[in-house]
Design a protein around this ligand. Structure first.
Ligand SMILES: Nc1ncnc2c1ncn2[C@@H]1O[C@H](COP(=O)(O)OP(=O)(O)OP(=O)(O)O)[C@@H](O)[C@H]1O
Ligand SMILES: [Mg+2]
Length: 389
């Protein structure tokens, strides 16, 4: 059994992380589908999936609600897989979290605040934070044996792990409150009352959020008074859940240098944070194995041309040479980036001829990663809430 099959058979949470556009959503959906095909009740929480993929999974509605995805079973002996899916709606997750943390009246006050409306959808790191918050909710619901979390296209690998701290720091806003203090004390709602410090703050706030509504900002922070600790506690328990033995991070990367640099950084950062790394999915690879007798295809092409076979054999050899060079370049890049991290497994998925946008193509990705579907084991009964913190 490869280690990846262990991950999807035994873990309670899998998080697909990595640089933008490399196939995080695809990998998350393919792993979730395979787990469901293997008989585990699984949910995949996706973030901005490509439209065709969302459509074929029946996830067009962005309503933050888990839905059962209709998937045909792979054979008549197997039951239809229990695959669930949802698309993260950052704004309603934030709203739900506030509702959960405070009285309905205060929550309404916060929702109505234009500054809140602005930051709840634009503040850097909010999407990452909300993905983690959703993960906690899904975990708490206890309905799924496996939760696969897709993550947003982060600017840098650091953003995902740092997001809760950044957002909490911002909301806690020590330095903002310090600057705002004279303003809050004066209780005035017009700019005339703003002293030099608050004006400096205004500049910062404008830079951070583009908002110029100082009164809204002040009211927002007043409404949040007393909630900072709750925010921190929640960020902490999600961190603990992610670090739990039954969680696992899957770093997704493309076999190109820039992407690999980030993947390496992610692997190291997860190690430094004592987060459980599962391994690396190397997506969209081009593997052309060495062929005995074709060690130097360019020279053979030259020879073929010289011998008058320039129409079929020479171009075929040139084509082979080009793909073989791409393959070697990718292998070198992977080795240079991850070669010294010998304990980290790397699983490869070839670049497919078409987008991965439906159940059959997701199953193909899963087969590349895990091999054919294993025979059905006798069904285990798992406790409802299985993560160990
Ligand atoms: N192995 C593959 N072969 C061919 N196409 C692929 C493969 N993996 C992913 N794709 C395609 O690449 C595109 C990007 O993939 P995906 O949306 O999964 O990336 P992502 O990392 O989630 O992107 P983002 O960072 O924007 O969220 C999609 O159109 C997907 O169908
Ligand atoms: Mg994505």
């Amino acid at each position: 059994m490869s280690e990846l099959s262990e991950l999807i058979a035994d873990r309670h949470i899998l998080v697909c992380v990595g640089p933008g556009g490399v196939g995080k959503t695809t990998a998350a959906a393919a792993l979730a589908l395979r787990a469901a095909d293997e008989g585990r009740r699984t949910i995949v929480c996706t973030i901005d999936p490509a439209r065709r993929l969302a459509q074929s999974l029946g996830l067009q509605a962005l309503d933050n609600t888990p839905r059962r995805i209709k998937v045909e079973s792979t054979s008549s002996e197997r039951r239809a897989p229990e695959l669930w899916g949802m698309m993260l709606d950052m704004k309603s997750t934030f709203d739900d979290m506030i509702l959960d943390m405070t009285s309905p009246e205060r929550a309404q006050q916060i929702f109505a605040n234009p500054f809140y409306q602005h930051i709840s959808s634009t503040l850097a790191g909010t999407q990452e934070y909300m993905a983690m918050e959703k993960l906690w909710e899904l975990h708490e619901e206890g309905r799924w044996e496996l939760i696969v979390l897709d993550t947003p296209p982060t600017r840098s690998a650091l953003d995902f792990l740092d997001a809760p701290k950044n957002v909490t720091d911002f909301l806690e806003g020590r330095f903002l409150r310090l600057l705002l203090w004279p303003y809050l004390k004066a209780g005035k709602t017009y700019l005339k009352a703003v002293n030099f410090g608050a004006k400096a703050f205004l500049k910062v706030a404008t830079k951070i959020t583009g908002s110029e509504l100082l009164a809204d900002v002040a009211n927002f922070f007043m409404a949040f008074e007393g909630m900072y600790d709750t925010f921190k506690d929640r960020a902490k328990r999600v961190h603990e859940l992610l670090a739990a033995r039954r969680s696992g991070f899957v770093v997704v990367s493309a076999p190109q240098e820039a992407s690999l640099r980030e993947a390496r950084y992610f692997v190291q950062r997860l190690g430094a944070e004592k987060m459980p790394l599962g391994g690396v999915v190397m997506n969209r690879t081009h593997t052309v194995p060495a062929t005995p007798g074709l060690e130097d295809p360019r020279r053979l092409a030259e020879r073929a041309r010289a011998a008058g076979d320039g129409k079929v054999l020479a171009p075929a050899l040139d084509l082979y040479a080009s793909w073989r060079e791409i393959s070697l370049r990718e292998e070198d890049a992977v080795k240079a980036a991850l070669g010294d991290l010998t304990e980290v497994p790397v699983w490869r998925v070839p670049d497919m001829a078409d987008d991965v946008h439906d159940v059959p193509s997701l199953r193909r990705v899963a087969e590349e990663l895990l091999g054919p579907l294993p025979p059905m084991p006798p069904r285990k009964t798992e406790p409802r809430n299985t993560a160990e913190i």
